[in-house]
Structures are given as structure tokens and as C-alpha cells.
Design a protein around this ligand. Structure first.
Ligand SMILES: N[C@@H](CCC(=O)N[C@@H](CS)C(=O)NCC(=O)O)C(=O)O
Length: 356
């Protein structure tokens, strides 16, 4: 038996897991979870409806893309998904947080405000692959409703839409400039930050038809990077040595720190008030600001769980490495990260986030 990845082309985190597994050289079969498979296989195993899920040959289930990646990093030989240097590793986890937890805003905005009818049908095809088109559209409307309802909760509203677009296009410009110099985030080979960024940039922003046009027209370099990862064209370059953080990555970090770090701090304050070990998925709403536009977004403690991996890596740095990381933070509006302390340590229990 081989590994099975329950995943779908329209799913953000499926793209991340799939691209990683292909790069790692893992033999796996991908199965799209119809309503039937979700009900009979994934719900009993995981307890809530989510993808991607990995089933191992011995029948264990792994959920959460970070856990899927850690599983193979610990068990497989071959190249490591982490870049060479400890500060590069720290920056990787910051970009991981940015990709997973903040680029979801433009991903959801463009999907639902530019591709709604198309994506609803995709939801229907996934749920009932054998039904006729009319039925698929009907079921897709029902299934998609839950994801669509998330859009304003994430902070995508008529008031913020323009600012989200400006931020995304700015991000594309910054990432394009980096890709003029390097094929991937840390040089000539992909690493974890590439797979993380591939999540939002593939399924929603490259594959959804209207979003695809925008990416290709505005940032063909980024579209080509997506294609390199999708098609397995990794080239024969090397990762950057010497724990160097390329200057061209600084604008990406600065965007994360300016836009998302205040949100993470606000969620952390709410986390401090939690007593129960079982955390709700959102702790209320918190404000965010993009340039001079302010909105409200769900206070998702999961975002802090991703940040925790960066904070843990920061703690492993020696004096010189800490000074190096601090210079990067100071150059990217990230000084608040130097003394960032999690209000509670987080873990996962039974495939759900919990206080450790
Ligand atoms: N942290 C999870 C996120 C997975 C996730 O959000 N998957 C989406 C599809 S891309 C989903 O199934 N969402 C259902 C839900 O959140 O209720 C991971 O990295 O695997």
C-alpha cells in the first residue's frame, strides 16, 4: 500500500501538501474527498471536515500540512525542506505564518469576488463527481456557502477590498523582484517557504480563472514560479549558503510585519484570557490595518500556532545568530517580534488546536 493524500485541486492547503510530497519524492495517490468519502472516512478519522489529510500505509491519519511535512522530514531520507542556516529557518517560519494565515485574505477575496460562479461549480464537482451539472451546481452552492460566509469574517468587505488588492499587487511586485534574482525563496532550490507560499498562490490565485489572468498579467515571474513547483522543475541550483537572508526577501517580511503582526499581537492578548484547554477556532474579532484602511478579522488562535514555530526557532539561536535575526527584524518593521511571548503555549490534540 502507498500513502493516500485526500486533497482537492481547489483547496489551498492541498496544494501546499501536494507540492511538498512531489518534491520530497514520496509515492502517493491523491483522492478527492467526495461527500461520501468525507462522511465515511475522514470525519470518523479526524472528527471534523477538513482537507488535506494523509493516510499512511499502516492506516494512521495525519492532518495539518505542517504535521504532514514534519512526518516526512523525520522519516524520509533525501533533501531537507529547511534552508541551511538557523536564521534562514527562522525567516522561513515567519513566511510560513504569512503564507498560511495572512495571504488567505487576497486568496479569499479574489476567489469569491472574481470567480464565484466558477468555484461553486468546482465545489459541486468535488462533492458529487458523478452527478449531472445541474445537480453539481446546486450542491456546490450549498457547500460553497460555508466558505463564502467566511469571507467577510476574515475581513474581506466592500470597505477593505481595494486595500486588499493594493496589498496583494504590492506583494506580487516584491515577490517578482525577488524572483528576478533567485528561482526560489532561498536560492536555487525550493524549501518550506516556497511550499507554504504555493498554498494561496496556486489554488486560488493561479488556478481560479480570473485570478490567474491577474497574476499572469501583473507578475509573470510569480506565475512561472508556481509552474516550476507544480511541474517539478526544480533545476540544479543550490540553496543560499552562509545563513544569508537575501535583501529581496525583506519587503515580503516587512509586509507581513506591518499588516499581520499587529493582528497576531491582538489575538495573543485574547489568548491570554482563555482558561479552557479546548480552544474555539476564533476568539472574537480584532482590527487590522492596510495602509490607511481598517477592518475587522477573526481572531484565529491557529495563526499563533504557526507563529509559535518561528518563536521556538528564534529561541534556539546563539548570540550572533540572534543579532543577525534582530537586524532582519529591525529592517522589516518586526521589532515587536524580538520580545514576543505567547500568552499560552499551543499544541494540537485530536486534530484540534489546544492549550499545551
Ligand atoms: N491548518 C490546516 C488548514 C487546513 C484547511 O484550512 N483546509 C481547508 C481547505 S484548504 C478546509 O478544509 N477547511 C475546512 C474548515 O476549515 O472547516 C492545514 O495546514 O492543513
Amino acid at each position: 500500500m502507498t500513502y493516500i493524500l485526500y486533497a482537492a485541486p481547489i483547496s489551498l492547503f492541498s496544494g501546499k501538501a501536494r507540492a511538498y510530497l512531489r518534491w520530497k519524492g514520496v509515492a502517493f495517490e491523491e483522492i478527492a474527498p467526495s461527500t461520501e468519502i468525507m462522511k465515511t472516512k475522514l470525519m470518523p478519522a479526524i472528527g471534523w471536515p477538513v482537507i488535506p489529510v494523509l493516510e499512511t500505509p499502516d492506516g494512521a491519519f495525519i492532518q495539518d500540512t505542517a504535521d504532514i511535512i514534519s512526518y516526512f522530514e523525520a522519516s524520509e531520507t533525501g533533501p531537507s525542506v529547511y534552508p541551511n542556516g538557523p536564521v534562514q529557518h527562522y525567516v522561513t517560519e515567519l513566511l510560513h505564518t504569512f503564507a498560511d494565515q495572512w495571504l488567505t485574505l487576497p486568496a479569499m477575496h479574489y476567489r469569491w469576488n472574481y470567480n464565484e460562479a466558477w468555484v461553486l461549480e468546482e465545489f459541486g464537482k468535488l462533492a458529487m463527481p458523478d452527478a449531472d451539472r445541474k445537480m453539481q451546481i446546486e450542491i456546490g452552492n450549498k457547500r460553497g456557502a460555508m466558505f463564502k460566509a467566511m469571507v467577510p469574517m476574515l475581513g474581506v468587505t466592500p470597505d477593505t477590498a481595494q486595500a486588499i488588492e493594493a496589498s496583494y499587487l504590492g506583494f506580487l511586485d516584491d515577490f517578482s523582484a525577488h524572483l528576478e534574482q533567485h528561482d526560489f525563496i532561498f536560492g536555487g532550490q525550493p524549501s518550506l517557504a516556497d511550499f507554504a507560499l504555493y498554498g494561496p498562490l496556486y489554488a486560488h490565485l493561479y488556478r481560479d480563472p480570473a485570478s490567474s489572468e491577474i497574476m499572469r498579467a501583473h507578475a509573470p515571474n510569480v506565475a512561472r514560479w508556481v509552474e516550476r513547483l507544480r511541474d517539478g522543475n526544480y533545476g540544479d541550483g543550490d540553496l543560499i549558503a552562509g545563513d544569508v537572508i537575501p535583501d529581496t526577501l525583506l519587503p515580503l517580511l516587512a509586509r507581513h510585519n506591518a499588516e499581520h503582526l499587529p493582528v497576531l499581537s491582538a489575538v495573543n492578548a485574547l489568548l491570554g484570557e482563555q482558561d479552557s484547554d479546548d480552544l474555539p477556532r476564533a476568539l472574537g474579532m480584532v482590527p487590522f490595518t492596510l495602509k490607511d484602511v481598517t477592518g475587522q478579522t477573526l481572531a484565529r488562535p491557529f495563526s499563533l500556532f504557526r507563529l509559535q514555530a518561528a518563536l521556538d526557532q528564534y529561541q534556539t539561536l546563539d548570540t550572533d545568530q540572534t543579532a543577525h535575526a534582530n537586524r532582519v527584524l529591525e529592517a522589516t518593521q518586526g521589532s515587536a517580534l524580538k520580545g514576543f511571548v505567547m500568552a499560552k503555549r499551543l499544541t494540537r490534540r485530536n486534530y484540534k488546536l489546544a492549550i499545551a
